[in-house]
Design a binder for this molecule. Structure first.
Ligand SMILES: [Zn+2]
Length: 185
């Protein structure tokens, strides 16, 4: 018997939300869980793609991330960028895909907090989101492009991201630019 889980809810406990119509195991049944590979792989590609995006936007335009969101295969990321350079949309698309083509390794390691925070530009969001009591910090390093504190799952090489399309650049406030991307293969 298999029950698909389509969401979670946090409360006193963590609730798993089953797909409508799927069979439910009786209370007390021992169950095993498994991650849905297609969805997870797509999220990993999308997430690594966002790191490449914020890596090139930081390196070439000096802008920090103010927010973001992702679904499998599509995402948005907001940057603090008061002046939008000419051809920004096509330039970032070109830059991101050049990094994908460069097949950069994506390496994950865990460092003691002080050592991690001593790395330059490790916090790419405008506010530091690392909980104050966290003693170890996980680092995601797109080798040669972008090093960040991050808890997410990633592909092993930027080549696995595939082609990235910049769908839209919107202004959301005086200095806030929202970049929408999707994977196109
Ligand atoms: Zn991330």
């Amino acid at each position: 018997m298999q029950t698909r889980i389509v969401g979670t809810r946090k409360g006193d406990d963590l609730w798993l939300i089953p797909a409508e119509g799927d069979p439910l195991p009786p209370v007390g049944t021992a169950v095993t869980g498994a991650v849905e590979d297609v969805r997870r792989t797509m999220l990993m590609r999308t997430h690594s793609g966002l790191h490449v995006l914020c890596g090139v936007v930081f390196r070439d335009f000096g802008a920090l991330v103010t927010g973001g969101n992702m679904e499998p295969g599509e995402a948005r990321m907001d940057f603090n960028l008061p002046e939008v350079p000419p051809d920004f949309k096509s330039r970032i698309e070109e830059l991101v895909n050049a990094e994908v083509a460069a097949e950069r390794s994506v390496a994950v390691r865990v460092l003691p907090r002080a050592e991690a925070l001593a790395l330059p530009d490790i916090i790419r969001t405008q506010s530091n989101l690392i909980p104050p009591d966290e003693q170890e910090v996980r680092i995601v390093d797109i080798v040669g492009l972008d090093v960040q504190a991050d808890g997410g799952t990633h592909v092993a090489s930027t080549a696995q991201i595939g082609k990235v399309q910049v769908v839209k650049v919107e202004s959301k406030g005086r200095a806030n630019r929202r970049v929408r991307v999707r994977l196109v293969d």
